[in-house]
Design a protein around this ligand. Structure first.
Ligand code: F0G
Length: 452
């Protein structure tokens, strides 16, 4: 059989509420054309993020009932730690309330002003937490990855030659760690090959620099390795993941992605001294090291989620369904970041709406139109988010795990193709108010009436 089906059936449902185009026009005006400011109740299909939006399984809900809420030494922590260690092999497992809390603790301990932290591409909270310590966050993606249309199997790889040059120029003492993000979210949800991780491991070992994974979407990355990298076709996703984690000295993890949890994260290390310092900070702001800002039941959900996400049937469906959305729009003329990534499809709105200049935010214009036309929420990743630093004007359609069915995705495809038919009529926006930091969350816009 060639039809790939959702490998689950549905036991509990949440109604979707329809709105009319006229109602949506009013909601847009009230929200200053910023989709972050629209009530979720007025969204039909929410592709804002794949983070914390997964559907949990019956096994996860059952495990939550076993949650041991003891302040210290809870049984849930024991189960959580066992699951994380079985997967990653790391000595120290420090629970945090989400990924960015793990980042903050790690960088506070390791980074100082004058330091530099390389990554294939830093996610925005990672960059912000590094820069908050006075260190500098540097992206080292492959030069070829700058072309959204280039179809490379491992477009998330780090440019290892550029890493070598950076270490030679700056000296290893100024680089407290090297990170690689799997999959590369800010680079289009693109995977990193095992060979690339091994090359980064070699360089960092030679210079005695700790090597960390930002492992939020590790399982999706492992599926791409199994499918695309020579030598791994007979490996299970779990075996690939175990090998991948054992190349690193530690990791940060947001359990809101590839652990199907609605909240949670962790920080791991093999360094005893570092772990002591990290736990001191943890107690200060997150909580005691056996719960770290989470309830015992959250730890249970993560432990089960880490098992489930490596099920080959799930990963086959997951990656196929993301690709389904990508291929159905790209093969009908909507330019996307090629090839489709793991958790999201990124429309190249700068290319699609080439009549709207960057300073009139083509991807925001497309996000607004997709909501107005069909009630779909997506997110701009371009000049609204990054200002003059934006490399592309992208619209991200992130797919929550196990939440939407194929007919929902068919609806999204139809809406995008209908807009593409009349794309020349779309107009840009201008910002009428913005905050000092992270303006994409709260800026307000005004639609412009004429192009150019
Ligand atoms: N690293 C990556 C690669 C991420 O994508 C995220 C979150 C984080 C770290 C931070 O984790 O949210 O648990 O604090 N990404 C979400 C997104 C928010 O929509 O892409 P967190």
């Amino acid at each position: 059989m060639k039809t790939i089906i959702e490998p689950f059936r549905i036991k509990s449902v949440e109604p979707l509420r329809q709105t009319t185009p006229e109602q949506r026009e009013v909601f847009l005006q009230q929200a200053g054309y910023n989709l972050f400011l629209i009530d979720a109740a007025h969204i039909l299909i929410d592709l804002l993020t794949d983070s914390g939006t997964s559907a949990m399984s019956t096994e996860q809900w059952a495990a939550m009932m076993r949650g041991d809420e003891s302040y210290a030494g809870s049984e849930s922590f024991v189960r959580f730690k066992r699951a994380v260690q079985e997967l990653t092999g790391f000595t120290h497992v420090i629970p945090t309330h989400q990924g960015r809390a793990a980042e903050r603790i790690l960088f506070t301990v390791l980074c100082r002003p004058g330091h530099i932290v390389p990554n294939n591409t830093h996610f925005d909270t990672t960059r912000a937490n590094i820069e908050f310590t006075g260190a500098r966050a540097v992206d080292l993606p492959l030069p070829e990855a700058a072309d959204t249309q280039a179809r490379l199997p491992f477009k998330g790889n780090m440019d290892v030659a550029a890493l070598e040059r950076l270490i030679a120029e700056q000296g290893p003492d100024r680089i407290p760690l090297v990170m690689v993000t799997v999959t590369d979210n800010s680079g289009g949800g693109q995977p990193v090959s095992m060979a690339n991780l091994e090359a980064v491991r070699d360089v960092t070992s030679r210079h005695r620099i700790p090597f960390y994974l930002d492992a939020c979407r590790f399982a999706e990355n492992c599926w791409f390795i199994q499918q695309r990298e020579p030598g791994y076709a007979d490996w299970t996703p779990k075996q690939i993941a175990q090998k991948m984690f054992r190349l690193a000295d530690g990791c940060t993890f947001s359990a809101k992605k590839d652990a199907f949890a609605n909240i949670g994260g962790f920080l791991c290390t093999n360094d005893d001294r570092l772990a002591e310092q990290e736990k001191e900070l943890l107690i200060l702001t997150e909580g005691f090291p056996t719960y770290g800002g989470l309830a015992g039941r959250d730890l249970e959900a993560i432990a089960v989620g880490l098992e489930e996400v490596l099920d080959p049937d799930y990963l086959r469906y997951r990656i196929a369904s993301t690709s389904y959305l990508g291929r159905h729009i790209a093969d009908h003329g909507v330019p996307i970041v090629e090839p489709p990534g793991g958790h999201a499809i990124y429309i190249d709105a700068g290319r699609m709406l080439s009549h709207i200049p960057r300073h009139q935010f083509p991807a925001q214009a497309l996000a607004v139109e997709l909501y107005r036309h069909a009630g779909i929420r997506s997110v701009e990743i371009g000049s609204v988010m990054f200002g003059d630093h934006a490399k592309h004007e992208l619209l991200r359609l992130a797919i929550p795990r196990r939440v939407y069915t194929q007919s929902h995705i068919d609806y999204v495809v139809e809406a995008i193709l209908e807009i593409n038919e009349r794309k020349d009529l779309l107009r840009g926006l201008e910002i009428v108010w913005e905050p000092r930091f992270l303006r994409h969350f709260s800026a307000r816009f005004r639609p412009l009436n004429s192009a150019g």
